[in-house]
Design a protein around this ligand. Structure first.
Ligand SMILES: Nc1ncnc2c1ncn2[C@@H]1O[C@H](COP(=O)(O)OP(=O)(O)O)[C@@H](O)[C@H]1O
Ligand SMILES: N[C@@H](CCOP(=O)(O)O)C(=O)O
Length: 296
């Protein structure tokens, strides 16, 4: 039997659509062993909702690895989930990364970490969440044909990520449909500069750039129609003393980047805005997780 812990991830981090992600300290735990019949048990998030069949995402990710080495065996998988589903905290990436890494361990690790990153990216469709979930920290990932080229930085340790999590689910697939296929040169330049500033700011520990460096015009404006309250939160965030504010992944959760003393106020503010829109939400105060998927 193998047991892994895989972190949630905040993808995009403002301007880094499909290429930047950061792992945070909210986890799913996956236990896996070979079995005569396929069996899945779930506790925590998604219990009663998640499929217990072979179409379960963790099962599918693990099976992908078994198939690559022509192993036909069935699996018994126990899932203990802390990551809420379809809220923009990388639940699907955690299933794919964790399922693949656990299966690779069960097989005696025939695949390298690089290979797992490539397989996981292929299954998820974009590398930002899976790379952060596998490696931890703040990650920059670029797809080059079938491979992913990546860099990992560590987050300044004093940053808190206050995440307001609405009660409603927003599937990433749906949130991707509203983004236009083409962008203007002006918008591309807006994001390119901010991504560069963000990466430099994180590596130099210069928090003063975050306000501007977390702005985005490539995905957030289009997703506002799916997340009532997002526009108001982003507009008021600087006045509220947030260092940065953006949609978590594809949403609907919203992240306020703050220093500890602003955490509670930030969470209550965001939950208040959602409430005004008739949306129930709760907030959690998270920290960066520099470990990726680990054996526990
Ligand atoms: N712990 C889990 N076990 C099995 N499937 C899961 C789990 N968590 C998420 N999923 C699958 O992933 C889907 C959500 O993925 P996605 O829309 O990408 O949202 P997220 O932003 O949370 O990654 C769920 O509807 C479910 O099918
Ligand atoms: N770059 C993707 C990230 C999706 O993250 P998730 O946590 O919502 O799955 C996107 O913005 O579509």
């Amino acid at each position: 039997m193998v047991r892994v812990r895989v972190p949630a991830s905040i993808a995009n981090f403002g301007p880094g659509f499909d290429c930047i992600g950061t792992a945070v300290n909210l986890y799913n735990f996956i236990e896996m062993e070979f079995s005569d019949i396929p069996k899945i048990e779930v506790s925590g998030e998604g219990k009663g909702k998640i499929s217990l069949g072979e179409d379960n995402l963790v099962y599918r990710a693990a099976s992908t690895i078994l198939k690559k080495v022509n192993i036909e065996k069935k699996l018994y998988i126990r899932l203990k989930n802390e990551i809420p589903l379809a809220r923009g905290l990388g639940s699907s990436a955690a299933c794919i990364a964790g399922g693949m890494i656990a299966a690779n361990l069960l097989l005696g690790s025939p695949f390298s970490r690089e290979e797992i990153i490539n397989f996981a990216t292929e299954m998820e469709g974009h590398p930002d969440n899976v790379v952060a979930a596998i490696l931890g920290g703040f990650t920059i990932s670029v797809k080059v044909n079938d491979r992913v080229l990546y860099k990992k930085l560590s987050m300044p340790p004093d940053l808190k990520f206050v995440v307001a999590i609405p009660e409603f689910e927003l599937k990433t697939e749906r949130a991707r449909q509203v983004i236009p296929k083409n962008v203007s040169l002006e918008d591309a330049v807006f994001n390119i500069g901010r991504i560069a500033l963000l990466v430099a700011g994180i590596s130099e520990r210069d928090l003063s750039v975050l306000q501007v460096a977390t702005q985005d015009v490539l995905h957030q404006p289009y997703r506002m129609s799916l997340v009532p309250g997002l526009e108001e939160i982003l507009e008021k965030a600087p006045k509220m003393g947030m260092l940065g504010c953006f949609l978590s992944g594809a949403g609907p959760s919203v992240v306020g980047v703050v220093l500890e003393e602003k955490s509670k106020e930030t969470g209550e503010f965001m939950v208040g805005v959602f409430k005004e829109k008739g949306i129930k939400s709760q907030y959690v105060i998270l920290e960066s997780c520099n470990d990726g998927t680990i054996i526990t």
